[in-house]
Design a protein around this ligand. Structure first.
Ligand code: GDP
Ligand code: MN
Length: 392
């Protein structure tokens, strides 16, 4: 689960990580009042979306007076921000963060995450922080430094000092960095975050270290243990289809191909996607309808798949063990009728009463293809999606 920058900064505060003073507003009319509460001559206005890369597309603006604060808030609120990290549709800006500004001497990169390869918590840092960190990592990887934490010993002072020296920090800054790193480490463990990123971590003109940006991802499987984190959830930033799927207990993930997939069982769903790829197609989604497939679930699954305008054909792959294939076939027919499915549907049914199920599908008026086996089902659905006119 992702949260907004301003929420991450609230957590930073609770864990002793220094960040700029700021206020959020959801209406442009409140922007000036909020800025008046923040000392200084200039302010930064930041669009709150669950994505980085805002600075490069007008999602972070430096306001030199109150009129600009207001104008930037008007421009941002209610718009959709498209960054390198969002899809083409972007994400809605419903909140802006107004912050105190600082003269910046240097921008560092500092993050902590769970490194799967070493099975340890890892810090990643760089002197070359800021908006071009991806390029730094790609072109000058030697500028990226990593540090692994021993889970038994925890994060050691000497490790923080080493990072501080690598970042060319001195004196009180070394202790300040250690405080930030210890705070990040504690936050990661206590709240089951999977990644905390500060980019940039800045050194101000008077030598202070501050988290100017803040990004935190939480482990979805642990977030139920943290009601305070769950409160931060903002569904407007999430994939609408994935949220609907959750309501119906369907495991759905949007992909960018043209073949909608409806499968029971996550393993079979993945194998089905592999096979679609092998036959030259591209899946539009991952969808596991689960074990006890009901008519309601099949209907909702069809609705979800078809709400994606890229879908040119649907492949249903159901292994009928607990549920019998003829019951499933009846469910598919009802769903196709109710949801007014307009694209070709190829069905592969296997298991109890498979023959009976195929017969029902073949005798329907909907032109559903009941395939004999999975390989041929995949082949047919790819051909249909590519509009190659297979005989239906
Ligand atoms: P991102 O592009 O979504 O990662 O947004 P950031 O919060 O990292 O902001 C992008 C850039 O805006 C930063 O790298 C800074 O250079 C600049 N910026 C953000 N806040 C301030 C500030 O308070 N003062 C100044 N001078 N620049 C800022
Ligand atoms: Mn940033």
């Amino acid at each position: 689960m992702n949260i907004h920058e301003y929420q991450a900064k609230q957590l930073f505060k609770a864990f002793g990580i220094a960040a700029p003073q700021g206020k959020i507003v959801t209406a442009a009319a409140d922007a000036v009042l909020a800025a008046q509460d923040i000392p200084g001559e200039t302010w930064v206005v930041k669009a709150q979306v669950h994505a980085g890369g805002r600075g490069k597309v007008g999602g972070v603006k430096l306001a030199k007076n109150m009129a600009e604060v207001k104008q930037y808030a008007i421009d941002m609120l209610g718009s959709r921000l498209v960054t390198k990290q969002t899809g083409l549709e972007g994400l809605p800006v419903n909140t802006v963060l107004i912050e105190k500004t600082y003269p910046i001497k240097h921008e560092f990169y500092l993050s902590v995450l769970v490194d799967r390869a070493s099975e340890r918590v890892m810090f990643v840092c760089s002197v070359a922080g800021g908006m071009d960190i991806e390029e730094v990592a790609a072109q000058t990887p030697e500028k990226i430094i990593t540090l692994l934490v021993d889970p038994a010993a925890g994060l050691q002072s000497y490790q923080c000092r080493k990072v501080a020296f690598d970042l060319c920090l001195q004196g009180a800054q070394v202790r300040a960095l250690e405080k930030i790193m210890q705070g990040m480490y504690r936050l990661l463990l206590e709240k089951d975050a999977s990644q905390i990123e500060i980019n940039p971590l800045v050194e101000t003109d008077d030598g202070e270290l501050l988290a100017l940006d803040a990004k935190i991802n939480f482990d979805d499987n642990a977030v139920a243990l943290h009601p305070d984190i769950l409160e931060f959830r903002d569904q407007s930033q999430e994939d609408e289809k994935e949220n609907i799927a959750q309501q119906f207990d369907l495991n759905y993930i949007t992909l960018d191909g043209s073949i909608g997939c409806m499968v029971n069982g996550a393993g079979l769903a993945m194998a089905t996607m592999d096979l679609v790829k092998l036959k030259g197609g591209a899946p539009a989604n991952f969808l596991d309808v689960g074990g006890g497939t009901t008519l309601e679930k099949v209907c909702e699954a069809f609705k979800l798949i078809l709400s994606d305008k890229n879908v040119k054909a649907v492949l249903v792959n159901i292994f009928g063990g607990i549920v019998q294939c003829d019951v499933i076939a009846q469910g598919i027919l009802t769903a196709v009728d109710e949801v007014h499915v307009q694209v070709p549907v190829v069905v592969r049914l296997e298991g109890t009463n498979a023959e009976k199920g195929r017969e029902l599908l073949n005798n329907s008026d909907f032109g559903i293809v009941a395939a004999e086996n999975l390989a041929s089902a995949a082949e047919q659905v790819v051909a249909l999606a590519n509009n190659e006119g297979m005989n239906v």
